[in-house]
Design a protein around this ligand. Structure first.
Ligand code: DX5
Ligand code: ZN
Length: 214
């Protein structure tokens, strides 16, 4: 698959509705929603009031990326708020399985995420439990960071493990994605590319999304 998920974090919040409508008109496949709590990551983004607006105006499925401690407290509310998929960080929890079940029972897609300093092997026991794994290609917390090139090998490795097991699990990559590294990421086996600044800070975001899709 070659899916693009623009990250709302880099949008112009003074014109939120217009920005959502622009994504609606684009070739984007998802709208990526970064939720930060100021504890798991040293930054705070937004929560349910913004989810309400997104749910009302976005025709793209909402791909929620929780960068929070205790995701088990909130995952159901995010599904109720309109999330198509809910992802949380493996390193933020003791046992991801009950949280994956909570999300699935509510009827949303599941995603397990790791930061760049977490051993990619730790995802393997969960590959058959989730719809998607998200490999961070920057440290979670801020948009506009530089892509970490070692992510490419991790994508290839996880792709092999998924193929070996004949699983339908998707691979998402998030952080510093642009027109230069997108073809390499897709080639390595990524299915969903999150792009914040390379879309929203582009002169022509619709064209930027088109270009990322390749
Ligand atoms: C970082 C977020 C990303 C971020 C991506 O913590 O998870 O989704 O918005 O932004 P860019 O594409 O600018 O790196
Ligand atoms: Zn994200």
């Amino acid at each position: 698959m070659r899916y693009i998920a623009p990250s709302l974090l880099s949008a112009d919040f003074g014109h939120l509705k217009e920005q959502i409508e622009m994504i609606n008109r684009s070739e984007a496949d998802f709208l990526h929603v970064d939720v930060m709590d100021g504890v798991f990551v040293p930054n705070i983004s937004f929560g349910f009031p913004i989810m309400e607006v997104l749910h009302e105006y976005s025709i793209k499925p909402l791909d929620v990326h929780l960068m929070i401690t205790h995701p088990e407290r909130y995952v159901e509310r995010f599904v109720d708020a309109g999330a198509y998929s809910v992802g949380f960080h493996l390193e933020a929890v003791d046992d991801p399985l009950p949280i994956i079940s909570l999300i699935r029972q509510k009827g949303a897609h599941t995603c397990l995420t790791i930061n760049p300093d977490i051993d990619v092997h730790r995802l393997i026991p969960y590959l058959h439990e989730v719809d998607m794994v998200l490999l961070m290609s920057v440290f979670a917390g801020f948009g506009g960071q530089k892509f970490i090139p070692q992510t490419l090998e991790k994508v290839s490795f996880i792709k092999q493990e998924i193929v070996k097991r004949s699983l339908p699990t998707l691979i998402e990559v998030d952080g510093g994605v642009n027109a230069d590294n997108a073809p390499l990421l897709f080639q390595a086996g990524a299915d969903v590319l999150v792009a914040g600044s390379s879309v929203f800070k582009a002169h022509d975001p619709l064209q930027a999304i088109h270009q990322l899709k390749g």
